[in-house]
Design a protein around this ligand. Sequence first.
Ligand SMILES: *Cc1c(COP(=O)(O)O)cnc(C)c1O
Length: 386
Amino acid sequence: MTDPLSFAARNLAALTNRGELRQVRSLEGRSGTYVERGGRRLLNLGSNDYLGLSTHPEVVAAATEATKRWGFGSGSARLIAGSSSLHDQLENQLARFKGTEDAVLLSSGYLANLAAVTTLLSPDHLVLSDALNHASLIDAIRLSNAHRHVYRHCDPGEVQALLSAHLAAERVVIATDGVFSMEGDVAPLAELSKLADETAAILFIDDAHGTGVVGPGGRGSAAAADVQVHMTMGTLSKSLGSIGGFIAGPKPFCDLLRNTARAFIFDTALPPAACAAAISALHILEREPDRSTRVRSLTKRFVSVLAQGGIELADPAAAIVPIPIGANDDAVTIARELEHRGFLVPAIRPPSVPRGTSRLRISLMATMTDEQIDEAARAILDTVTR
Ligand SMILES: *Cc1c(COP(=O)(O)O)cnc(C)c1O
């Protein structure tokens, strides 16, 4: 008898041969500025907890209190018996934070993209999608079955040409990350928003890495570009130190999503404690908006130390710094050496980035010191330019 699952071992061997095999390597304690892995203390340059809020005492206390009061699991979908006053409160606060009428919570940012895009788009519609959009946005677009054109990364000229070529389309969505997760750059939102307005298209922004980091008070990419957008997607799992995702937008759209999006209807509500943690994180961000300016200025500092040492990179817009390496094995070797020196620096390989563009992807946290940033940059210079 042949084993019908024998393809798994064969496919893994192929990944290994290409230098693309990945392994889950767990941490041995909380994920803060420092983490412990393999018995070593490492400066954490791989977290998207940009503001350091996941370990903030107030956030931890809010989640603990909510767990004591509500229990942990929500037990059911929002529309059945899984919703709590904390879910409602968080939706209201997210809408206020993003300046929209309403907001809807989903269990993750990934599901928020699925829910929003399948509510926006049917097979008759058209979507223009940036070539470097996040996988969850790509999957959402695929699931919608809408006509799809992928435009060159951050190229409003191509968007304009595509819009002109499809003036008869019944509904057009321009879908883009606000801050690109593996490049760290920002979408040309002013231009895209103008094009959307001129053609009555809908601009949809995945702001997973912008929320909490860019714009006044960390209000995100649209606020940073000073544009009004119809809606925006965000995650609670990065800057807001919790877990979950959301769509902020007009009330009728949010209500339609609650009624028709399968990722909302058929998915268990977030634990109330996750909502309490995000509510607390939003309070802290409103009280201490310096956290988002701090993480951006640390990122600029980091890039300028790298430049002094000969690694010239684009001016960072958010808190992500990719350092191009190229070959998979080189990226892995460099990351391993940095780990020996006390720095957790992820080597990003396909499928997270296109083949041949493997890189170190550094993300910074507002809770780091200037000295930690300088040390990290110097260690990277030593390792990469050797
Ligand atoms: C992380 C991320 C998501 C998914 O959010 P989760 O809450 O982790 O599911 C979506 N879009 C982008 C750009 C991301 O980086």
